[in-house]
Design a protein around this ligand. Structure first.
Ligand SMILES: [Zn+2]
Length: 164
């Protein structure tokens, strides 16, 4: 029997994800494409996660890199998911954005360059930062419920929970 077991090790080096515009357009929804690749902004209070309190990790919707933890998510009242710190400083990149006659700091995924939102200096302590992120740029991976008491369900996974 040739059963190949691939250890699910986290590779330390961040491999850049680069796709053409056409490829992104194919893999992303219209909203995701508009926000992540064209620096759009979803309307406030409309996204999937602005009011979410579920524990988990927020991944990049484009490439799956872990970006933010629910531990640092807070209610900023802005209508967008807000975090006071990224999961890892290396996970996000920033650049100055002077569009709309404002000087803001744009935030993007360090792996695939997806536009996420902006960071403002009016967040809560300990960082004082407010990462104001579009829901559509994120995908929440909820923390598995650990209350299950010793059932012998060794890794049974039925069906695919993946949407488009
Ligand atoms: Zn990404």
């Amino acid at each position: 029997m040739t059963s190949k077991t691939q250890p699910q090790a986290e590779s330390p080096e961040v491999e850049k994800v680069e796709k053409t515009d056409a490829e992104w357009r194919e893999t992303l929804s219209d909203d995701q494409y508009r926000v992540c690749r064209k620096h759009g902004t979803e309307p406030a209070f409309t996204g999937a996660y602005w009011n979410t309190k579920t524990s988990g990790t927020y991944l990049c919707a484009c490439c799956g890199q872990a970006l933010f933890s629910s531990d640092t998510k807070y209610d900023s009242g802005s209508g967008w998911p807000s975090f006071w710190q990224p999961l890892d400083a290396a996970a996000v990149g920033t650049q100055t954005d002077r569009s709309f006659m404002m000087t803001r700091t744009e935030v993007h995924c360090s792996r695939c360059g997806a536009h996420l939102g902006h960071v403002f200096p009016d967040g809560p302590q300990p960082t004082g930062d407010r990462y104001c992120i579009n829901s559509v740029s994120l995908h929440l991976e909820p923390v598995p419920d650990l209350r299950a008491d010793g059932e012998t369900g060794g890794g049974k996974k039925a069906g695919e929970a993946k949407g488009s």
